[in-house]
Design a protein around this ligand. Structure first.
Ligand code: SF4
Length: 344
């Protein structure tokens, strides 16, 4: 039983396509701050194309092309990156929205409780927007430890990492609300549409499954959240795997399959092939997604410059079309881009 939606979200599509453009425009190496998305297969594909992933922009030589990952970066990292040379920021707009919420609330004098996971790139980048105003909340104990804040009577807001499990978020939100009845929250939670839809789809599929297989990397927050959702819905066996080769041989009955937002559909196809279901595949769809995020503005600017150069050089029309970052981008999937890269 294939849960739908699953796999690449609009933010991941945007980031992968943007890094693929960088690989095509520049001589290697292209640098990327943090894994472009948290998926081992995707990262290895780009490594094979000469992309070097770094955890400190100081490791990037002056002037070398640099991409910032989809998870969003701390303001000081963005500034340091821009000071070094060519930078394209592939941050997902839904992460940028949380950065903005934190900035605005902190400027209004709020203390902001941020529900997230310590050390995850998105949480690190977001909290760096207003470090003095933000408190990380991971557990009940973190909420309970806010005595002095409750006594101080300053306004309190609640924000979240976009990829949490809904159950985890709701539990901590309710606990925080009980502690701070005047708590400010955005009209809709910060958990993004892709997180919400993939969890809803898996919850539905898991109800009638004997086992659930979640495809994705262990450092992918939304993947880990999917595995938690499947366990919480009572499925007796939940497996998180990177690839088909990790599947055990003893799976039987109905197996529900999903993939985290950074896991490509090619991995899903390999898992289905390995499972070889005797009764075929049923797609269990709870909704459709048509969200689309256009290429980062810095990339559009770079490609516009390239197009002008090609025009001056009297390049043929197809070369000019190839350098247009927007035309056709919506209908071009990151999966296609990845498979084309692999054959370069
Ligand atoms: Fe953006 Fe959500 Fe995808 Fe993260 S999971 S890249 S926040 S759409």
């Amino acid at each position: 039983m294939l849960a739908e939606p699953r796999g690449f979200c609009a933010g991941v599509e945007k980031a992968i396509k943007a890094l693929a453009w960088m690989v095509r425009i520049f001589e290697p190496p292209v640098y990327c701050y943090h894994e472009i998305v948290h998926n081992r297969y995707v990262v290895e594909q780009f490594r094979a194309q000469g992309v070097i992933f770094v955890d400190d922009v100081a490791e990037v030589p002056e002037g070398a092309p640099l991409m910032l990952s989809a998870h969003g970066s701390a303001p000081e990292v963005v500034a340091a990156a821009r000071a070094r040379g060519v930078v394209v920021d592939a941050v997902c707009p839904l992460v940028t929205k949380v950065h903005h919420e934190l900035k605005v609330r902190s400027e209004k004098g709020y203390t902001v409780l941020y529900v997230g996971h310590a050390g995850h790139e998105e949480a690190v980048g977001t909290m760096a927007v207003a470090p003095a105003a933000v408190r990380l909340i991971e557990t009940d104990a973190d909420v309970d430890a806010l005595d002095s804040l409750a006594a101080a009577g300053t306004p309190v807001a609640l924000l979240a990492q976009t990829t949490l499990s809904h159950d985890e978020w709701r539990h901590l939100m309710e606990r925080a609300k009980a502690r701070f009845p005047e708590l400010w929250m955005p009209n809709r939670s910060d958990l993004c549409f892709a997180t919400t839809n993939r969890q809803a789809a898996l919850k539905h599929a898991a109800r009638s499954a004997d086992a659930v297989v979640v495809i994705g990397s262990s450092n992918s927050s939304n993947t880990v959240a999917l595995a938690a959702v499947a366990s919480a819905s009572g499925c007796p066996r939940v497996l998180r795997i990177n690839e088909a080769a990790e599947l055990p041989d003893d799976l039987s009955g109905t197996v529900a399959v999903t993939a985290g937002a950074s896991a490509p559909e090619s991995l899903v196809a390999e898992v289905i092939e390995r499972l070889a279901p005797k009764a075929g595949v049923v797609v269990d769809s709870v909704t459709t997604e048509d969200e689309y995020f256009p290429p980062p503005p810095e990339l559009r600017e770079l490609l516009r410059g390239l197009a002008v150069t090609l025009e001056v050089l009297n390049a043929p029309a197809d070369a000019l079309d190839a350098a247009d970052p927007v035309a056709g981008d919506r209908s071009l999937s990151a999966a296609t881009v990845l498979s084309e890269l692999a054959t370069r």
